[in-house]
Design a binder for this molecule. Structure first.
Ligand SMILES: Cc1cc2nc3c(=O)[nH]c(=O)nc-3n(C[C@H](O)[C@H](O)[C@H](O)COP(=O)(O)OP(=O)(O)OC[C@H]3O[C@@H](n4cnc5c(N)ncnc54)[C@H](O)[C@@H]3O)c2cc1C
Length: 330
């Protein structure tokens, strides 16, 4: 069967290299930085590896500009994905694109069988789950069309772009208040807008209270993000009085959490209260042979460089596991 392989600089059509009759050493789900770096490290260890992805590049492909990846001053998300993919393709790792992994079963021998879209099935001794996450959306008009034009889901990533400008942070948990504190060092004014009371820890709230350029608007619901080609503010409603007002700002940071893509493994491996896969420092889950890396895990700070390094660790750890398996069977 033919499939499309992106070689980084344009696409070519190549023969599928993932074989349903092969027992793979490692199959990886996801081609965000975690999955791609796992593939790179696994292949360089000489493992028989294959990758499935529903969306090449994961969240990085949706990022307008990346300015915090070591060694690269600034690059578009799309160009960074191209570089990642070109590197992995150089090693001839088979990547099955536009493919959803629907189901994972652990067989009696401890190996795993993956059912993927198109009713195909693949077998593997180890599995790296690098399915990432999606930022939670507000779901208001203007949010989608102005994403990358002032609407951001990542204060760590995009904060420096708002030097001396006014920004709004939507959210009331620790990550929102911490984002506001970080942004206050860069922006002229930060307004936290949250539809109910703050849920952040008191110590974080105390710190926020001590900062002059942070305003707080609780029990206020954002109804719309305003702006033509770039953000000019939000329209919000006071939930007690019903009064609507426009809050002017050039940036809107939506910090209301992430939804980890755990659907596939939630009945297989242990998750924390946020639905993230619990991993130890070697990226092992509670199930032998299943490793996880990146935004889908409970490792803090959802960043490209962190996901990439976690992917490397997962692959090296799986390699150790395979070596042990081989020694035990010798
Ligand atoms: C708008 C935005 C801007 C950002 N900007 C920055 C930035 O400037 N700097 C920075 O460091 N970080 C930034 N981040 C965060 C960063 O993009 C993420 O932390 C990183 O991409 C996570 O990598 P990952 O590999 O863990 O997962 P993801 O990038 O989420 O990739 C997950 C992969 O899994 C695949 N997948 C999921 N489920 C399945 C399935 N069932 N079958 C097959 N494939 C599946 C997806 O198709 C995808 O390929 C930003 C995030 C967003 C949303």
């Amino acid at each position: 069967m033919d499939l499309k392989l992106d070689l980084g600089f344009g696409s070519v059509t190549k023969k599928e290299k993932l074989n349903e009759n092969t027992l793979y050493d490692m199959l990886i789900i996801g081609t965000g930085p975690a999955g791609l770096n796992a593939a790179l490290y696994a292949k360089r260890k000489g493992l028989e590896v294959g990758v499935f992805t529903s969306k090449q590049g994961g969240q990085v492909a949706d990022t307008s500009i990346v300015e915090n990846y070591l060694g690269i001053t600034d690059i578009s998300g799309e160009a960074l994905v191209q570089q990642f993919v070109a590197h992995v393709n150089q090693l001839k790792v088979p990547v099955l694109q536009d493919t959803f992994v629907n189901k994972i079963i652990q067989n009696d021998n401890g190996f795993f069988e993956l059912s993927v879209s198109g009713d195909r099935h693949f077998k593997t001794k180890t599995l790296v789950v690098a399915t990432g996450s999606n930022p939670r959306k507000l779901g208001v008009p203007g949010e989608e069309s102005l994403t990358g034009k002032g609407v951001s889901y990542c204060a760590i990533c995009d904060g420096p772009l708002f030097q001396d400008l006014d920004v709004i942070v939507s959210g009331g948990g620790n990550s929102a208040v911490e984002a506001a504190i970080d942004l206050s060092k860069v922006a002229r004014k930060v307004t936290i807008v949250h539809r109910s009371k703050l849920r952040a820890d008191q110590i974080v709230i105390d710190k926020m209270d001590s900062i002059d350029n942070i305003d707080l608007l609780i029990e206020t619901q954002i109804l719309e993000v305003l702006g033509d080609n770039k953000v000019s503010g939000v329209r919000a409603k006071d939930k007690n009085t019903g009064e609507e007002k426009v809050i002017e700002a050039q940036g809107v940071f939506i910090e209301i959490g992430y939804l980890p893509n755990n659907e596939l493994v939630k009945s297989l491996v242990k998750l924390n209260d946020h639905g993230e896969i619990i991993v130890n420092s070697k990226n092992e889950t509670n199930v032998g042979g299943i490793f996880a890396a990146g935004d889908v895990t409970d490792v803090p700070y959802k960043q490209i460089v962190i996901s990439a390094s976690e992917g490397a660790k997962a692959a090296l750890s799986a390699n150790d596991y395979l070596n042990k398996l081989q020694n035990d069977n010798a």
